[in-house]
Design a protein around this ligand. Structure first.
Ligand code: COI
Length: 353
């Protein structure tokens, strides 16, 4: 993708409307599905991707015997485009999403989109929905949800005859209401998120449906999010329902758990880099549950949740409370500035559309 980005040039302006010109309450978007101007859809058949097309809605008609519906052959991504102070709109870190999507396609045996196609698809989605890019300074973003799935009539388990790459754009604000003030999490004791050698590291659609039940129960009990431990020993932190885990130790080190069954969060890499750039120590290593008790701060990190501080994490009868979010807030401010073009971009995250 780096070569594709270089060929495309960073400064081209393709926007089809003034960012933020759609009639929406930009400061109260939340994370809800909303109608937009256009969706982008590519189809793979007979060994090749087509040229893709824009369509006015997110509907897809597929055969009931499609692999995606029956066997869960589907992966998805999430990334954001933000309006910057100078009026431009930039995608944030699309290279990381392409790398993860490509790895997921290899595991689920689906054709990965070429870098040029993926990037062009994202640009088309942003350009056609410029009116839905929240204005600079509102804290919102145009969330882009690329999803790739196998379809076409196929009864036995095997490769699908066709694959679809759909890019669904959606203006969003905060994922968790009140998220900036901290949310309460609960450790899931009776279900595992991913087997040690399963597909936890793939952003497979099927990794998320099993969380609906524990999450519902957690919400009914007053918690915003579930935290999963490792399936084999239940002693190490894996990830939240929607995102990775980050902790800040009492000596100010930023730690994120490493495990083969954790989804490699694109935001996690940005957070670790941001920590180093801010002069903090950053470690990506297995994190024991025991250590959580001694953390100064904890947060969820992901594209949708950005950095959402934890107020508490409950495991059984034990409640671990966190009393400050200072480092998490510093990291959040740094990453928000990178996304909105308010800070230099030495790592080349921004791609202006
Ligand atoms: C994201 O953070 O972009 C995700 O895809 C997580 C999803 C559960 C909202």
């Amino acid at each position: 993708l780096a070569a594709a980005l270089a060929r495309r040039g960073a400064g081209a302006r393709l926007l089809g409307a003034r960012p933020g010109s759609a009639p929406l309450d930009w400061t109260n978007l939340g994370f809800e599905a909303r109608p937009v101007a256009a969706y982008v859809r590519y189809n793979w058949k007979g060994g090749a991707w087509d040229d893709g097309a824009l369509q006015p809605d997110g509907n897809v008609t597929i055969h009931a015997l499609s692999n995606a519906l029956n066997y869960g052959q589907a992966v998805f991504e999430g990334l954001k485009a933000l309006q910057c102070k100078d009026g431009s709109v930039a995608l944030f870190n699309p290279r990381a999403n392409l790398a993860r999507l490509t790895a997921g396609c290899a595991r689920l045996q689906m054709p990965a989109p070429p870098a040029e196609l993926f990037l062009k698809g994202l640009e088309r989605a942003v350009a056609a929905n410029a009116a839905y890019v929240p204005p600079y300074g509102t804290g919102g973003a145009l969330y882009l949800r690329p999803l790739l799935f196998g379809h076409g009539a196929q009864l036995g388990l095997g490769a699908a005859p066709e694959y679809c790459l759909m890019i669904a754009p959606n203006p969003v604000g905060a994922y968790y209401s009140g998220g900036l003030h901290g949310v309460d999490a609960i450790v899931v004791e009776d279900y595992d998120r991913a087997a040690p050698r399963g597909v936890g590291a793939v952003k497979a659609a099927g990794n998320y449906a099993p969380d609906v039940l524990p999450s519902r129960r957690a919400k009914a009990a007053g918690y915003s999010v579930c935290l999963y431990l490792d399936a084999r020993t239940n002693t190490h932190v894996e990830e939240f329902s929607t995102s990775n885990f980050i902790g800040v130790t009492k000596d100010g080190t930023v730690v994120t758990p490493a495990s083969p069954s954790i989804l490699p969060s694109c935001t996690r890499e940005v957070v670790l880099q941001a920590a180093r750039d801010l002069g903090l120590k950053a470690e990506h290593r297995p994190v024991r549950w025991d250590e959580v008790r001694d953390l100064a701060e904890a947060a969820a990190c992901g594209t949708a949740v950005v950095l959402t501080p934890m107020r508490s994490i409950t495991r059984g009868s034990e409640v671990v409370r966190f009393h400050g979010f200072e480092t998490v807030q510093r990291l959040f401010a740094h990453i928000s500035a990178l996304q909105a073009g308010d800070a230099p971009d030495p790592h080349g995250y921004r791609h202006v559309v």
